[in-house]
Design a protein around this ligand. Structure first.
Ligand code: ADP
Length: 255
């Protein structure tokens, strides 16, 4: 099944918090069917960039376009309606729902009202539930978590909760998916499954933007890498160029 991926174009984005300039005219371009990684040291502005793309913060200057639609002034639910889904560093899973319910509800990540209906079990939820459950079962199978479907989602260890976040984003069939530090806390098996899932999303046609500390994972997954330092893009290119870039080696990897 194909996903109708959308080009993500961020141009000259700036954002300050008081006198702290988190982003200084930063630009990035992410394409459907490709994994674009955003890397950089702590405090370089990666999370701020994601928060602005998904409409949590508004830009001081610059533009954001999703499939040609300018979204920089959209509230987060309108950005979601353009097909942008994201995961959170702290998994954002509601209390007292099962793994299956949590993943099925991800279907509504692009529409907050329906997501609420899901958890309140309103009639709109019951109407659509059967399809959603089938889709959620398929995704859980793919991430090797089918046997955990009836567990309480928040009771899982961190690595699995992160995987669940990704599964929730996948069932939404997002045009653009923003993955924020999903690999931390995962063991080797989980990392392999995670990589498989991200490649499947990409190959289905989604635009994947990955913020990730694990440089080895970035090198193995990314088609293109953007490096931020102090709110500015200092390098961008394919992994084989970035891994040799002198400023990346010195500033980012400390070599
Ligand atoms: P990264 O994700 O690369 O670690 P962040 O985007 O979290 O970097 O942070 C970039 C800078 O912006 C940091 O100096 C951080 O302290 C600041 N910052 C981020 N979010 C806020 C906020 N909500 N309020 C104030 N300062 C913030």
């Amino acid at each position: 099944e194909k996903i109708d991926g959308a080009v993500l174009d961020v141009a000259d984005l700036s954002k300050s918090f008081g006198c702290n300039q988190a982003l200084r005219s930063a630009s990035l371009h992410a394409e459907p069917g490709r994994v674009t990684a955003l890397i950089g040291p702590n405090g370089s502005g990666k999370t701020t960039m994601l928060n602005m793309i998904c409409g949590f913060y508004t830009a001081d200057a610059g533009t954001i376009a999703v499939g040609g639609t300018q979204t920089q002034r959209f509230a987060s639910h309108r950005v979601a309606r353009e097909g942008v889904a994201r995961t959170f560093q702290t998994p954002n899973i509601p209390e007292n729902v099962t793994v299956l319910e949590a993943v099925a509800a991800g279907r509504y990540m692009t529409d907050r009202a329906s997501m609420l209906a899901t958890f309140l079990r309103l009639p709109s939820y019951r109407r659509t539930a059967r399809n959603d459950v089938a889709e959620a079962e398929r995704v859980l199978e793919a991430v090797g978590m089918a046997h955990l479907r009836d567990e309480i989602a928040t009771s899982l260890p961190l690595g699995m909760r992160r995987m669940l976040e990704v599964a929730r984003a996948v069932v939404a069939r997002p045009r653009v998916v923003l993955l924020d530090e999903i690999a931390s806390g995962m063991d080797e098996n989980e990392l392999v499954r995670l990589s498989t899932l991200i490649r499947a999303l990409r190959d289905a046609g989604a635009t994947v933007l990955l913020v990730e500390h694990n440089f080895r994972l970035v090198l193995s997954l990314a088609d293109s890498i953007v490096v931020l330092a102090q709110g500015q893009v200092i390098a961008e290119g394919p992994p084989e160029e970035i891994e040799k870039h002198p400023r990346v080696l010195s500033e980012y990897l400390g070599i």
